[in-house]
Design a protein around this ligand. Structure first.
Ligand code: DX5
Ligand code: ZN
Length: 215
């Protein structure tokens, strides 16, 4: 059996009680935190920047994954690493030279993963997976929490699972968007290793992390 990791997305937490929310997630068994970073250009929403991330860093020792929904990850990645992010999740669709950015990250020993949007063919990113720690498959169009799970993303999870296993890669397959106890179960059964959840978890942290962990 694969170990399944639950990664709460801070975007749906009560930011006025951020520290307590983080501790509740840790107590319930979260193994990392997912930080949705949006710049109002790559997606139609603006969320957190390095200062808030520094506060999150001071509140937890768990791994912080930065989901960079920004147009210029090549320009800002250092700021996010300096603020305490452990793994940068880079969108394949970012309007930059992705090969260049990934080799820079590799040369500097910066941990990273690749993210694909619902309309992107998963095969396109297979060539990056030998050194990516995470393949994040979006199961909603990025921008907002609380959207409905796109079922066809499961086909990509399955294809990615087969590819990763066949090549003996260590890459973890992660899914993000519309995850709850039902869609989470489908994703695990299809091959996902990490479940990201925002609205479902923060609706009842203790109960819902427990449910996701028991799937
Ligand atoms: C979407 C973000 C997701 C999202 C998840 O742009 O990348 O992480 O906030 O929210 P839920 O779990 O509510 O779909
Ligand atoms: Zn995300």
């Amino acid at each position: 059996m694969r170990d399944i990791e639950i990664s709460p997305s801070i975007i749906s937490s009560d930011l006025s009680h951020l520290y307590d929310e983080i501790k509740k997630c840790e107590d319930a068994g979260a193994k990392s935190f997912h930080l949705d970073i949006m710049d109002g250009n790559f997606v139609d929403n603006i969320t957190m920047g390095p200062d808030l991330i520094k506060a999150i860093r001071k509140s937890t020792d768990l791994r912080l994954d930065g989901h960079l929904m920004i147009e210029r990850p090549d320009k800002y990645y250092k700021d996010f690493i300096d603020s305490g992010i452990n793994i940068l999740l880079i969108h394949y669709e970012a309007p930059i030279n992705i090969n260049e950015l990934l080799s820079k990250l590799k040369d500097n020993n910066i941990r990273y993963g690749i993210v694909i949007n619902p309309d992107t063919d998963v095969k396109k990113i297979f060539k990056f997976l030998d050194s990516a720690e995470i393949l994040l498959i979006m199961s909603v169009y990025p921008g907002f929490s609380g959207q409905k799970f796109i079922e066809s993303s499961l086909n990509k999870v399955k294809e990615a699972r087969e590819f990763v296993d066949k090549n003996n890669y260590k890459t973890k397959i992660e899914i993000d968007g519309g995850i709850n106890d039902k869609t989470g179960k489908l994703a695990i059964d299809t091959g996902a290793d990490i479940l990201v959840s925002a609205s479902y978890i923060f609706n009842n942290i203790k109960e819902n992390i427990k449910k996701l962990k028991s799937l």
